[in-house]
Design a protein around this ligand. Structure first.
Ligand SMILES: Cc1cc2nc3c(=O)[nH]c(=O)nc-3n(C[C@H](O)[C@H](O)[C@H](O)COP(=O)(O)O)c2cc1C
Length: 377
């Protein structure tokens, strides 16, 4: 079999530009899903060990946690992790930060601590993210702080990129999700209307096509692909591709990083076809809108998405963000405007998150770095 044919086989086998659910992901890369190390006594580190399970764009996990001051966690961004092509202003990265802090707050509450959060304690980011802290958090013993029922689903939740079943999402499940996600400053809207969902799916599919056709945007994904179990174990972040076909391909030199970096390769094109097929199999779309696009709004959207994602897990509903048409790079602007029109959102309001909802077989866990990698102590 030649290299080209081999890449086609990989793509057809489900190991293309999607996370594979094969069971050969290294145990060390998914160990953080067990929660904090059992002998960890510092509540801050325990809460951080849960927080790092938050959904975050391209699974970069760009967070650093300074724990040198007693009872305090100062959170900042590691500049080595960024998405210059698809997230030029760091909006999506900041949404991930909002989700991280929301989860940290829940984890602390679970152990009877209140999280006092100061956002942007050394000033709000401008057009670009920088190394100043995005939050400083003090954990205070507060036995009366109520635990959050959504915390029970932290280990269960996943981003599920599969095509969803044709059946509608149960109305009771949708109500349950709506009640659980109430977050100030963020409006959450659902649509199962046939004409509107078809329109959203078509635009979302075009969004993928533009991302594939724009080298700087595609490079954001290609750069963080971890090809095979060894690469995932060495750096448990980014887009993990693994499974039997990849294993054989790597062993026999039939596939390598240069293949996944080329959006025109047969593997990448099959991957594109598969994400589009998944998008078209979407019974319910959900989007989260803020009044403007301030940094505070982006943080709020991250907290709201964190709740939406957990509430979906609680209701047994799969979820998958589709961010392409919400991105700011110039080639995406026509679709950005069209998607906002299709969702009935006009400036200065802005859609921060757009996601598919439906039913699908469970997805496997995505890799995470161990909590020690975050700490600056
Ligand atoms: C702001 C934001 C945007 C995201 N956009 C996408 C997206 O467009 N496509 C996608 O497949 N996943 C998207 N995700 C999900 C992440 O890729 C996912 O959270 C990460 O890979 C970790 O996997 P997990 O959620 O299963 O733990 C997004 C997540 C966030 C927070």
């Amino acid at each position: 079999m030649n290299r080209r044919r081999f890449l086609t086989v990989i793509a057809a086998s489900g190991s293309g530009l999607l996370l594979s659910a094969c069971d050969d992901i290294p145990a060390s890369a998914v160990a953080p899903w067990q929660g904090p190390p059992v002998d960890e006594r510092d509540i801050r580190v325990r809460a951080l060990a849960w927080a790092l399970l938050a959904p975050n764009p391209h699974n970069l996990q760009p967070w650093l946690a300074d724990v040198r001051v007693a009872d305090t966690i100062t959170l900042s961004l590691d500049p080595q992790w960024s998405l210059p092509g698809t997230d030029p202003y760091g909006r999506q990265i900041l949404i991930g930060c909002g989700g991280f802090v929301e989860l940290l707050r829940m984890a602390a509450a679970q152990e009877g601590y209140a999280a006092q959060i100061a956002w942007f304690p050394e000033g709000v980011f401008g057009e670009r993210l920088d190394t100043r802290p995005f939050a400083r958090i003090t954990l205070v013993r507060a036995p009366s702080v109520p635990p959050d029922p959504l915390f029970a689903y932290v280990r269960k939740r996943r981003t599920n990129r599969a095509p969803y079943e044709a059946r509608a999402v149960d109305a009771a499940a949708q109500r349950r999700i709506t009640v659980a996600i109430d977050t100030p400053g963020v409006r959450t809207t659902f649509s199962a209307d046939a004409a509107q969902t078809q329109r959203i799916s078509a635009l979302a599919a075009d969004g993928y096509r533009v991302e594939w056709d724009t080298p700087s945007a595609f490079a954001d994904s290609a750069r963080v692909i971890r090809l095979g179990a060894d690469a995932i174990a060495a750096e448990p972040s980014g887009i993990a591709m693994h499974g039997t076909a990849i294993w054989w391909g790597l062993r026999f030199g039939m596939v390598g990083p240069e293949d996944v970096a080329d959006s025109r390769s047969s593997g990448a094109q099959q991957g594109l076809a598969r994400v589009i097929a998944a998008v078209e199999a979407t019974p319910l779309w959900v989007w989260q809108t803020t009044a403007d696009d301030s940094r505070a709004a982006q943080i709020a959207a991250g907290r709201a998405y964190r709740r939406l994602d957990l509430a979906a897990a609680a209701a047994g509903v799969a979820i998958h963000p589709n961010s392409q048409t919400l991105q700011e790079f110039p080639e995406m602007q026509p679709l950005y405007a069209e998607m906002h029109r299709a969702l009935g959102v006009s400036p200065p309001q802005r859609v921060q998150m757009l996601a598919r909802l439906g039913y699908a077989p469970p997805a496997g866990p995505a890799p995470r770095r161990p909590v020690q990698k975050l700490l600056r102590s």
